[in-house]
Design a protein around this ligand. Structure first.
Ligand SMILES: Cc1cc2nc3c(=O)[nH]c(=O)nc-3n(C[C@H](O)[C@H](O)[C@H](O)COP(=O)(O)OP(=O)(O)OC[C@H]3O[C@@H](n4cnc5c(N)ncnc54)[C@H](O)[C@@H]3O)c2cc1C
Length: 430
């Protein structure tokens, strides 16, 4: 067992805040639904607000470090690196003159605002004093103060990739208990542990997603293969195949698998098949439909795109960054009506093909170098542009090879590239 900690910021009463002193932060103009079963979402959007701490805020926090449960020894667990408390930030980054905080509405029908970036375990009177130094928060009324908690969890290295415990058969574990932190992290593991528990009851093979198939695969592989010494959060930077793990193709990557194990509904599966059919017939048609300069150059000029010199396919034309699928309509008489989703997948697959192919080649090279040795006397502090987290982790674990280094939690693919370039430079100097 191990002990981790986490916290949450205060909730404030909206009417007590002065938004004139803050910067307005709009939400996305177009809301992309989370579910592929929703075509669009029509909901009012409300803005968030940005403001900053200052030296006075930091002084109050510094003067009260001894009253913080996180600092005073009452809470000793390891906290989440990616959402540190405000006292942690003031302590760890003494040179920073200010820290930003986002004031976020908790919902459309509530007066409660979430002070993003300001979790704390300081007593309520100290919290009130430092909030009041922040522009727009001078008259703040707190609905619930910030607080921190600590909790027990297991070492996820004790688990199989199916999330079954290695020593206690039939015990499937998920969520915060496995050393992760976060709603999505917990939900993803809960789903996978549930699936695998049912597979086990039915005498079926494990259902595991690999690192190239889903963020769920990256999350569970990281936890059960690399382990974690701090509350684990999934992030795009943890995935080496992140150009393949896109939200626009999540249905393409996962719906069929889900359908085959009896989870996705027939309706969802049929929707996927329709999108697939639209995608492939339309991509074949675009690749074999050609336009000639004399017929399209005037139109291209009107949409700010360079004129053609030779005839090209519509697929080639759609690769241009400024041209979107709908822009092809006036020069494409045989155009088919396809769903917005299929159109966007088509556009992404054409526009980013070069990058995706490049990444696949990088991955192949990277794999070849997995067995490359790292000298024992390497000092990671000497490597410029290696992230602090990576320097800490690599110095502590002392991996013998690039392959081992790449499996350490918190060392990202970008860090590995930096490390490989450094080793190559050293080799050439020698
Ligand atoms: C203060 C705070 C703020 C957070 N803020 C965020 C945030 O902003 N964003 C984010 O993504 N994550 C946040 N987290 C983390 C996130 O809430 C957790 O990681 C996640 O909810 C864990 O989900 P879980 O299902 O693993 O565990 P839990 O949600 O803790 O569920 C475990 C359940 O098991 C029940 N249980 C325990 N023992 C037994 C028993 N013997 N029998 C029956 N039931 C039992 C418990 O009552 C509980 O309902 C926050 C956590 C805390 C504590």
């Amino acid at each position: 067992m191990r002990r981790f900690k986490t916290g949450t910021p205060a909730r404030a009463l909206s009417s007590s805040l002065d938004y004139d002193q803050m910067k307005r932060q709009e939400g996305d103009k177009k809301i992309v639904p989370f579910s592929f079963m929703s075509d669009n979402i029509e909901k009012d959007q409300v803005p968030c607000w940005l403001t900053y701490t200052n030296e006075e805020t930091h002084n109050i926090i510094r003067n009260n470090f001894s009253r913080s449960a996180l600092f005073g020894g009452q809470i000793e667990g390891i906290g989440p690196r990616y959402c540190p408390s405000i006292e942690d930030k003031v302590n760890r980054f003494p040179d920073k003159k200010r820290h930003q905080l986002f004031i976020e509405p908790e919902g459309l029908d509530t007066e409660e605002m979430y002070l993003q970036g300001m979790s704390s375990s300081l007593p309520e009177d100290v919290q009130l004093a430092f909030y009041r130094t922040i522009p727009g928060l001078e008259n703040i009324s707190i609905v619930r103060p910030a607080y921190a908690i600590e909790y027990d969890c297991i070492d996820p290295l004790d688990l199989r990739q199916s999330l079954e415990d290695k020593t206690i058969e039939n015990l499937f574990c998920a969520g915060q208990f496995n050393g992760s932190s976060g709603y999505e992290e917990a939900a993803a593991q809960g789903l996978m542990a549930g699936i695998n528990a049912v597979c086990k009851i039915n005498g079926k093979k494990w259902f595991v997603l690999d690192r190239s198939e889903a963020y769920i695969g990256v999350l569970i592989d990281d936890l059960t293969v690399k382990g974690t010494n701090e509350p684990y959060r999934i992030m795009t930077s943890r995935a080496e195949y992140r150009l393949l793990l896109r939200q626009d193709n999540a249905d393409e990557r996962l719906t069929e698998k889900s359908y085959k194990i009896g989870l996705a509904s027939e309706e969802r599966y049929q929707k996927l098949l329709r999108t697939r059919a639209e995608f492939s017939s339309e991509s074949a048609r675009l690749a074999s439909t050609f336009v000639i300069p004399s017929e399209v150059n005037d139109y291209l000029q009107t949409i700010g795109s360079a004129p053609l010199n030779n005839r090209i396919s519509l697929a080639e034309l759609l690769k241009r960054p400024e041209i979107h699928y709908d822009d092809l309509a006036p020069i494409d008489p045989d155009r088919k009506e396809i769903s917005e989703h299929a159109a966007s997948q088509l556009e992404i697959s054409l526009k980013y093909k070069g990058y995706i192919d490049k990444q696949l080649a990088q991955v192949a090279r990277f794999r070849k170098l997995e067995n490359k040795r790292i000298p024992d006397d390497i000092d990671y502090h000497d490597i410029e542009s290696l992230r602090i987290e990576a320097v800490e982790k690599l110095s502590a674990r002392k991996p013998a090879s690039i392959g081992q280094a790449s499996r350490i939690s918190g060392v990202s693919p970008a860090d590995i590239n930096v490390l490989m370039i450094y080793l190559e430079k050293k080799r050439r100097i020698r």
